[in-house]
Structure formats: C-alpha cells, structure tokens
Design a protein around this ligand. Structure first.
Ligand code: COA
Length: 265
C-alpha cells in the first residue's frame, strides 16, 4: 500500500484511502444501506493486512456515510454464500480487527447493525454522531452473537444491559451507547468526521511503538479469552446460519413481512 495516496475499492462498496499515516476504510454502498458483501469484507481484510505490514500506516479510521454506518451483513450474499469458519472474507476481516496492533478508530453516524456494532467492540476509539443507532439483532434473525460480542459487550455495559441488547436485539441510541462504554463521545453529526480525523491525526503524530505497546498491554489479559469465545460463537453462528429459523428470518426481510418462528421448537 502506498502510505501517501492509498487505493480505492469504491466499485465494491468500500472506499480505501491512505494519507498522512491514516488509513481510512469507508463503507460506501448507499443503495443497500452499506450492507457488507463478501467482496467488501475481502477489500477491508486486504487493506487491514497491508496496513499492518506498512510502517507508513500509523492509525486506521473506519467510517460510513452521514445517514448510515452499515446495515451489517448483506443478507442475500449471506444466504447464497454462507461463510465457512476460517476462510471466509468476514472471518479474515474480523481477525484483522481482533489482532490489529495499530490503533483503530471508528466514526459512526446512522445505523450500525449487527456486525456494524460488533466491529466497534474491537476498535480502540469510537465516536458517534447524535443520529447513530446501534443494534445486534442476532436473535431476531435466528442467529447468535459473533466475533466476541457475547463477551465484550457485557464488559462495558454489564450483564443486565448486555442481555437486553443481545436477547431482544433492539436498537439503542448514541447516548445509551456512550453510557454503556461502547462509544467514547457523541458529537453533532456535522462535527463527527472532522473530530474523528483530528483524533487520528493526534495518534499518527505519537510514537508508533508507544501506541502499539500500550494497546498490546491493555488487551493482554483477555486475548486468549476473546479468541476462545470467537471460536465458540462462530461455530454456533455458522450452524444457525444454515438452519430453518435464519432462512425464515432472511426470507421475511426481503419479503418485507414479519418472520414467523412459531413453527420452530
Ligand atoms: N442485506 C441486504 N440488503 C439490505 C440490507 C442487508 N443487511 N439492509 C438493507 N438492505 C437493502 C434493502 O433490501 C433495500 O433494498 P431494495 O431497495 O432493493 O429493496 C435497501 O437496502 C434499503 O433498505 P431499507 O430497509 O428500505 O432501508 P431503511 O432505511 O428503511 O432501513 C435498516 C435501514 C438498516 C434499518 C434496514 O434496512 C435493516 O434493518 N436492514 C437489515 C439489517 C440486518 O438485519 N442486518 C443483518 C445483521 S446480521
């Protein structure tokens, strides 16, 4: 990756750019609410991997569009190509997030659904616009938490509140996300991008070795626990993705009706 200019995968729904040591990964698929396809995950995984190896990249910044961060996994793509555990683009991307040694910042405006919220649990700094809305509607889709969210959410939010968010899967707003420790700060929408970038600029000017040592030390205690939980969650998630409950939920979404889970025990 060229640390001064970067590259773009906009055709795939992801904008990638690198300037002044800041790699920016931006969701950009407005017609589908930034729903993430396998190709988009692959573009993000490749960019994160290249950033990891490029000393010119000091900070990673993940953004969306003013009205939408991401609607999460592309449900059509998911139905057609259910991800396998270790090789799938989503797994590659999330492992890059989990193991990133460089600071990762997210700037969220609009809805962050499913993995759009899950990925925030692996970011170091999360800034949200006042229109941000978070949800992990896994149970509503016949699925279960993934990529460490059953462990990490309750660490900030407490078990009671994490249970509410993960069992009911209902959306919650930026102020509550901030109270729960999911978000560092809530800003007016018009100020979010500039604020997040200014934080990235500050980090990029600090010694990379200090940042990386600090991040590594903060995460040292829970690294093994997160990896073990991800393995457990993803085995369950992968099986549930192929089960009739998820098929009913996905079909209901595209048929714009409520799912009927009453026939499943
Ligand atoms: N996968 C695939 N397509 C999606 C999608 C997803 N996750 N989310 C939205 N889309 C598509 C819709 O099918 C629609 O396509 P169409 O115009 O061809 O009919 C388009 O994006 C606009 O979506 P719409 O639902 O009309 O927008 P909205 O503003 O009313 O609602 C959301 C936005 C994000 C709240 C809503 O789209 C939603 O709940 N999406 C599903 C989220 C989800 O369950 N994600 C998976 C988590 S694992």
């Amino acid at each position: 990756m060229n640390a001064n200019h970067g590259s773009s995968a906009a055709g795939q729904g992801i904008d990638i750019g690198c300037e002044a040591g800041i790699l920016t990964i931006g969701f950009n698929r407005p017609d589908k609410k930034n729903a993430i396809t396998g190709a988009m995950y692959q573009a993000m995984a490749d960019a994160m991997k290249a950033a990891q190896a490029d000393a010119g990249v000091r900070v990673i910044l993940i953004t969306g569009l003013p009205q939408i961060f991401t609607a999460g996994n592309d449900l059509e793509d998911f139905m057609k190509n259910p991800p396998t555990l270790a090789e799938s683009p989503v797994f590659q991307f999330m492992m890059q997030m989990v193991h990133a040694t460089k600071p990762v910042i997210a700037a969220v405006s609009g809805a962050a659904v499913g993995i759009g919220t899950t990925l925030l649990l692996h970011c170091d700094l999360v800034y949200a616009a006042d229109n941000a809305k978070f949800s992990m509607p896994f149970t509503q889709l016949g699925l279960c938490p993934e990529f460490g969210s059953s462990l990490l959410l309750q660490q900030g939010a407490g078990l009671r509140r994490a249970a509410e968010k993960l069992l009911l899967g209902e959306a919650f707003l930026a102020a509550e996300a901030c109270e729960m420790g999911l978000v560092n700060r809530v800003l007016p929408g018009a100020e979010l991008a500039a604020f997040a970038r200014a934080q990235a600029v500050k980090l990029a000017a600090l010694p990379a070795s200090s940042l990386q040592a600090t991040k590594r030390l903060m995460k040292a205690d829970q690294r093994a626990a997160i990896e073990a939980r991800i393995t457990e969650e993803n085995a369950a998630f992968s099986a549930m993705l192929r089960a009739p409950e998820a098929k009913e939920a996905f079909a209901a979404f595209f048929e714009k009706r409520r799912p009927d889970f009453s026939k499943f025990s």
